[in-house]
Design a protein. Structure first.
Length: 148
């Protein structure tokens, strides 16, 4: 089975939204529809540092999404790329879809001359961690958040 990964296009919204909702559900998060609209707009705006990708099966059905953000770093001279969101529907799992999405983000990072690509996952996300442990290195850092 073939998976094709490409940047999101305006016509992808109808397929993107259910995957975005499933991703948010997985992390027990609810966002307003206004935030959905803002996120979608940012992902498609060439002036924004945010980028979105969709993974499509051989029938054209979107089976995965990835969102990446390019930002500056005090430690590197060029851009840094943060893979903020990665989700693959059950129908796309076990087919290399997650790895293909990560590679698409890595290619974006290379094109933009980023010095690093990184991402986070929850420590309990064993399925994703098996993939991540195979294709990347854990940084050893622990994330903290301060409510604002």
């Amino acid at each position: 089975m073939t998976t094709t990964v490409r940047p999101l296009e305006p016509s992808d919204r109808v397929q993107w939204e259910p995957l975005w909702e499933a991703y948010l559900r997985f992390y027990e998060t609810v966002l307003s529809k206004d935030q959905y609209e803002l996120t979608w707009t940012r992902l498609l705006d060439p002036g924004e540092p945010m980028h979105g990708f969709g993974a499509f099966d051989e029938t054209g059905k979107m089976v995965g999404i990835a969102h990446a953000i390019l930002h500056r770093s005090c430690w590197l001279p060029d851009w840094t790329c943060y893979l903020q969101d990665l989700y693959v529907a059950m129908s796309g799992r076990g087919r290399g879809t997650g790895e293909a999405l990560i590679e698409a983000v890595a290619e974006l990072a290379r094109q933009k001359k980023a010095g690093r690509l990184y991402w986070l996952t929850h420590e309990s996300n064993a399925t994703a961690r098996r993939l991540y442990d195979r294709i990347a290195q854990a940084s050893g850092f622990i994330q903290y958040r301060k409510p604002l």
